[in-house]
Design a protein around this ligand. Sequence first.
Ligand SMILES: Nc1ncnc2c1ncn2[C@@H]1O[C@H](COP(=O)(O)OP(=O)(O)O)[C@@H](O)[C@H]1O
Ligand SMILES: [Mg+2]
Length: 119
Amino acid sequence: MKIIKTGSTRLVILTDKYAIKIPRCCIKSDNSFYGKTIGFLEGWLANRYEYKWYKSEIFDFLCPIEYSFLFSMVIIMKKAEPISYDEFFELKQYNFAYEHKVDSYGKINNKVYIIDYGN
Ligand SMILES: Nc1ncnc2c1ncn2[C@@H]1O[C@H](COP(=O)(O)OP(=O)(O)O)[C@@H](O)[C@H]1O
Ligand SMILES: [Mg+2]
């Protein structure tokens, strides 16, 4: 198990098969009550949007979400493996609003998915 705290709005717990995403409430730059609350809400919204987009079934390149709890305060996504820079440079950008950077992507069974799409 691994805990990733470097995401912009969420804390991610990686298990063997899953990535569990929950809102972060301690954004380093602003530790006030207001900052924490906004940070938490941003993380929650990102989870909501991810779940909404995944459930819409419009796109086949969004990393699958298996479960959503507490109005998406907690979402459980399939774990994807990081892609290399070589793979990244060969990628064609998907037609979706997201940040085209190497850690927005992950691979499952050799298919590349977007893993950070909560816009
Ligand atoms: N499905 C996933 N599989 C593997 N790692 C993931 C997955 N989702 C997120 N991560 C890891 O957690 C980090 C933060 O997740 P991310 O979705 O980017 O959250 P944030 O929106 O807060 O930036 C990612 O950069 C990646 O390292
Ligand atoms: Mg991110």
